[in-house]
Design a binder for this molecule. Structure first.
Ligand SMILES: [Mg+2]
Length: 375
């Protein structure tokens, strides 16, 4: 009989650049803070154990940061070799302390995320269970909404067309970007989308941190009558008090958290009551191990959960959250993987495949810029 003690035999890292079909702009581009996004940098980790088990995980970076994540992961990957891959919590701490002098949040933590997610994928695959089932699922599908169709580089008629296409695909809701320097243009766009969709389709807006406090208060009041599911990132991601004041003043829920890069940063947001809907991102906060710690905290506070981006991973994590959550639909990552997620009746179905349920595609191999393997 196989013993439970296994050892990590080898870690393989890849730096992959996923090109985007169209340069993407949210409000940060319209306010001049960022350039349109043309690609996303991925750090993939593939871990193999002595007993022949395998796991895959990833972190990512939009615009700058990808090479730094990859370089940090290369430095710490060797610390996993010879360790029991089942002891994920201990290994997370080990990897964190290895790089603690450059920080226990941000880029260093995101390098750990790829490895941590690969260890969880391996654990679920070893158990022959989808990750959601290994964690203890509350549901086998999660409400989903589309984000990719509502960016600001797309003219309004294209956004309306994208929204219709999303609903026809079985997606349950639609989010559009706001936060343009001209707030009247924002309001006209949101009203047009609401009219197009009718009153009953879940609709969200996302200002990507580009309003100041007075603008957010005024826009929040103007948007109340549109019955939005939430207003996302109305303010700077670290303005917890500002978010809390808005959340207290408005009926429309306030969503934020995607830019935070550790459990401690999220804990500060939760303590300030800055979010009605918490939007953590597992690859950004260090992987599944910290995400579970945060989900416990958020659940205790009865917060709603809508994880940011990376639906392939977050579908499982959302399925294991006690209150009915949302996952964010982006088709962008699909070319990286062989598998496709099933969407039906407004919901994304947790795949029955063991682990996270993804394998890298040939195209991902073609987009690989660099590779590293532990000796
Ligand atoms: Mg967002």
């Amino acid at each position: 009989m196989m013993t439970s003690a296994d050892r990590v035999a080898r870690v393989r890292l890849s730096s992959v650049y996923l090109p985007l079909d169209t340069p993407v702009s949210d409000a940060k581009v319209l306010t001049g803070r960022q350039r349109p996004m043309t690609e996303i940098a991925f750090l993939f980790a593939e871990i193999t154990s002595e007993q022949g088990h395998e796991g895959i995980g990833f972190a990512y970076s939009k615009r700058a940061g990808g090479p730094g994540q990859y370089a940090h992961a290369k430095e710490i990957a060797n610390d996993l070799v010879g360790e029991d891959p089942n002891d994920i919590a201990r290994l997370w701490d080990k990897l964190c302390w290895a790089g603690a002098s450059v920080g226990r949040s941000g880029l260093a933590t995101q390098a750990i995320a790829a490895l941590d997610i690969a260890l969880w994928d391996m654990k679920a695959r070893r158990a022959a269970l989808p990750l959601a089932k290994l964690l203890g699922a509350h549901r086998d599908s999660v409400r989903c909404y589309n984000t990719s169709g509502g960016f600001l580089h797309a003219p309004l008629d294209q956004v309306l067309e994208n929204a219709t296409a999303a609903l026809e695909r079985g997606i349950g809701g639609v989010k559009i970007k706001v936060g343009q320097p001209d707030t009247r243009a924002d309001l006209a766009r949101v009203r047009a989308v609401r009219e197009h969709l009718g009153d009953h389709v879940p609709l969200m807006v996302d200002a990507n941190q580009q309003w100041d406090r007075p603008t957010a208060a005024r826009m929040g009041r103007a948007l109340e009558e549109l019955g939005l599911v939430w207003i996302e990132e109305p303010l700077d991601a670290y303005d917890h008090d500002g978010h809390a004041a808005l959340a207290a003043a408005l009926d429309t829920p306030i969503a934020t958290g995607e830019m935070l890069t550790s459990v401690d940063e999220h804990a500060g947001l939760i303590r300030a009551r800055g979010a009605d809907v918490l939007q953590p991102d597992a690859p950004r906060i260090g992987g599944i191990t910290p995400f579970l710690r945060l989900a416990a905290l958020a659940g205790h506070e009865r917060l709603q959960l809508a994880p940011h981006f990376a639906m392939e991973i977050h579908l499982h994590l959302a399925a294991a959250y006690p209150l009915e959550p949302w996952v964010e639909h982006f088709e962008w990552l699909e070319p990286l993987f062989e598998e496709r997620l099933e969407i039906r009746d407004g919901r994304m179905l947790v795949p029955e495949r063991p682990g996270i349920g993804v394998t890298l595609s040939e195209r991902a191999a073609a987009w690989t810029a660099e590779r590293f393997e532990t000796p």
